[in-house]
Design a protein around this ligand. Structure first.
Ligand code: HEC
Length: 428
């Protein structure tokens, strides 16, 4: 089997284990939209919950939106960004009319919240009676992590501006296997870490990773669509604005991390100013109960895609849902209850759709990203699980625009493309 295919298959087999599970604890805190529509009356907590999670000192947002003084001079640009749905950056379609399942994510702004903020600006952004504002609650559904492993040294990028995709080996050096409930990342420098993914690799791959690291100047090695080895399991993801780990649906969902295994931390740095350093940590929450249920996933994709120069093209891949006991492979997975969805393309992607096509011909939307943005991709947790039965199909449609003079084909590099969708499930 093609090395890349095998890696991806095995990788996604564990997608759901720690990385994406539904839980009521991560639903966006409802923001109180009553009371006088003034900054102190009700707008400040809304901006704190939906904007300041990224727009604060030393975070990824290019300016802070923490205080009235931060907000007042920027009202026209705030109005335009919020009205056009550019901010908060959350690409999945969620309008009531779309038929898309509701996603639980703190980075999302409801239509009511959007309308409320716009109305406040249109009313002249009244300030109201000054009062002490409550501090936003930290988003820590599992409390503090039980384990933390930090990059050995601060990494200083040699890329002065733009994007730097870099992988680092982080060895936990376990003496005994540990039960894992969730894995995430604590970014060292929030101003430049655009997203972080954690992969688990078996001892057999560690030497290869060390060789790639040694062959590349500076700490770590360059990586983009994967981590460059045959067997790597995605185990956790961190995205700006959402610090909560993706909590298992119940305490019995999890897995054991064996002795000798290592982490690869895949960092996407985005620099707009002068070069900076970062020293991030992988954080882990041990499961509170003995893990008895390992989630499974279905990966749907096209490994033969080829995009001719100067073309718009839609690539379609269809996966089959089969009965339990069958062996999963690319485009084949066993039935269950879908609780998280994921779609992936690289830089030429324009839109992505994933639908469940039931055996009776009816269709259920799973994910629709009308304006694909490589910078704002994530795993999305559904508020309610969707049942996929044997005989159903999962269809993924990826739309691309290749305006270059070269044919672009499948691969891991920045100049290659991918079309993948995946769902994570619990057993029926
Ligand atoms: C998940 C992180 C995140 C959240 C949440 C967020 N922003 Fe942003 N914002 C950014 C980043 C990063 C940029 C820089 C441009 C880019 O990468 O899209 C930006 C740019 C902007 C800009 C200038 C560019 C433009 O598109 O007009 C405005 C205005 C803005 N944000 C307002 C807001 C407001 C208002 C909110 C809350 C309603 C908000 N943002 C929520 C991360 C965020």
């Amino acid at each position: 089997m093609d090395a890349g295919l095998r890696r991806t298959l095995i990788g996604v087999a564990l997608l759901g284990t720690a990385a994406c599970a539904p839980s009521s604890v991560s639903v966006p805190d409802p923001v109180e939209l009553t009371g006088p529509r003034t900054w102190y009356g009700s707008v400040a907590p809304l901006v704190a919950a939906r904007c300041a999670i990224c727009h604060r000192a030393d975070d990824i947002g290019p300016f802070p939106l923490e205080t009235l003084e931060d907000v007042q001079p920027r009202l026209p640009m705030i109005r335009s960004a919020v009205a056009a749905n550019r901010m908060p950056p959350f690409p999945p379609e969620q309008s009531a009319a779309s038929g898309c399942p509701k996603i639980s994510d703190v980075r999302q702004m409801t239509e009511a919240e959007r309308a409320y903020l716009l109305a406040w600006i249109d009313e002249g952004a009244p300030v109201g009676d000054k009062r002490e504002l409550p501090r936003p609650r930290p988003n820590k559904p599992l409390g503090d992590p039980t384990d933390r492993w930090t990059m050995t040294r601060p990494y200083a990028s040699t890329i002065q501006q733009g994007d730097d995709y870099r992988c680092f080996l982080v060895q936990p050096n376990l003496l005994t296997a540990i039960p894992v409930g969730a894995v995430s990342v604590e970014p060292g420098n929030r101003a430049i870490v655009h997203h972080s993914a954690v992969y688990l690799v078996p001892p057999s791959e560690v030497a290869r990773i060390k060789a790639m690291d040694a062959a590349d100047d500076g700490d770590g090695y360059r990586c983009f669509g994967g981590v460059g080895v045959e067997i790597a399991f995605p185990a956790g993801l961190w995205v700006p604005g959402n610090d909560a780990p993706l909590v298992p649906p119940h305490p019995g969902v999890g897995y054991f991390l064996p002795v000798g295994w290592a982490f690869v931390l895949q960092q996407h740095y985005n620099y707009t100013g002068p070069a900076q350093t970062d020293q991030s940590s992988i954080v882990l929450w041990r499961s509170q109960a003995f893990p008895t249920e390992i989630p499974h996933s279905v990966l749907i994709g096209d490994l033969t895609l080829s995009l001719p120069p100067m073309s718009m093209q839609t690539v379609e891949a269809v996966g089959s849902v089969v009965a339990r006991g069958s062996i999963p492979a690319l485009n084949v997975g066993t039935e269950g209850r879908i609780y998280a969805v994921w779609g992936h393309m690289h830089l030429l992607g324009r839109s992505l759709e994933m639908d469940l096509v039931r055996a009776d011909g009816t269709e259920q939307k799973l994910l629709h990203i009308p304006k694909w943005s490589f910078h704002w991709q994530s795993l999305y947790r559904l508020e309610e699980m969707i049942v996929a039965k044997a005989g159903d199909k999962i269809r993924v449609r990826c739309r691309y625009e290749n305006s270059s003079a070269q044919t672009v084909s499948y691969g891991e590099g920045t100049a290659d493309e991918m079309c993948f969708g995946a769902v994570a499930m619990l057993d029926p």
